[in-house]
Design a protein around this ligand. Structure first.
Ligand SMILES: Nc1ncnc2c1ncn2[C@@H]1O[C@H](COP(=O)(O)OP(=O)(O)OP(=O)(O)O)[C@@H](O)[C@H]1O
Length: 266
């Protein structure tokens, strides 16, 4: 995007979000936009509410207050049938992958297609095999069960399931956690490829600095119960805040930055 071009209309607009659990306030007036076609990295210290924010947007947690506009509609004000219809335009990949262990990969990915798109089992399993290939799995993986797979393959299968209903926004909760550095880099690349091919908006909760440097168009930092800053990485890294300094300019942050610079050098 050139300087001066207005940013695209957000797919999701969160305003004044409040989340409380008993006497603990996790979010207090949080604002955030997710734009079409962008990969938005969401970072913050442990317990700052990254997962609660994701769960609030995808409808798994009802916030204490605030407004969540999705594709221009007020999610929290909609009756549940209409809300579920909107939520079907999201794909969600949780940290643990959450596949059914008694089903093979094709059956796992076919499930939402049978339940929500009304496809027959053979149609759904055919489409599921295409989604598994899209997520970078070999053809023979479709007949395997989750306990026969490596951690990286499970993530890819869970991603295939998140893509089953052709979502417009993909939510990923620490997708590279537990992967070795080569597996993590390959997963980052896959997300970039899918974003480019499918024009997805991606909300990506991560602790992985390499992912931020290689994949994210913008980075939102959660601190002090809100989004402290959401901007391009250079702007975020230059923000005057103790956690940001420690995170981006500590040894791991410097190493990730150097690695990204080396990758860009022809
Ligand atoms: N269902 C719940 N009931 C009570 N407290 C909760 C619930 N869900 C989350 N919390 C609290 O909300 C806070 C934020 O949790 P959350 O999991 O969103 O943090 P996070 O930023 O994702 O952390 P991490 O980086 O460690 O995964 C934590 O203090 C957590 O204990």
């Amino acid at each position: 995007m050139s300087a001066g071009t207005p940013p695209p209309e957000p797919l999701i607009r969160v305003r004044g979000l409040v989340n409380r659990f008993g006497r603990q306030t996790v979010h207090d007036g949080l604002d955030l936009d997710i734009r079409r076609g962008e990969i938005l990295g969401v970072v913050g210290g442990s317990g700052t509410g990254k997962s609660v924010l994701l769960r609030s947007i995808v409808g798994l947690h009802r916030p204490s207050a605030g407004r969540i506009e999705v594709f221009g509609e007020d999610l929290l004000a909609l009756p549940s049938v209409q809300r579920s219809r909107l939520e079907r335009r999201f794909g969600v990949l949780f940290q643990q992958g959450a596949l059914f262990t008694s089903l093979n990969l094709a059956e796992n990915v076919a499930l939402p297609l049978i339940e929500h798109a009304g496809l027959s089992r053979p149609e759904a399993e055919h489409l599921a095999r295409l989604k598994l290939a899209l997520a970078g799995l070999p053809a023979n993986a479709a007949d395997k069960y989750p306990d026969e797979l490596s951690g990286g393959m499970i993530k890819r299968a869970a991603l295939a399931r998140a893509l089953a209903l052709d979502p417009e926004v993909l939510f990923l909760d620490e997708p590279t956690a537990g992967l070795d550095p080569i597996g993590a880099a390959a997963f980052d690349q896959l997300i970039l490829t899918l974003r480019d091919a499918l024009g997805l908006g991606v909300f990506l909760v991560t602790h992985d600095l390499d992912t931020l440097y290689t994949s994210c168009d913008r980075v939102a930092v959660l601190a002090q119960k809100r989004v402290l800053v959401a901007d391009r990485l250079e702007v975020v890294a230059a923000t005057d805040d103790a956690w940001i300094r420690e995170y981006f300019h500590g040894p791991r942050g410097r190493a990730a930055q150097r690695a990204a610079e080396l990758q860009e050098t022809p």
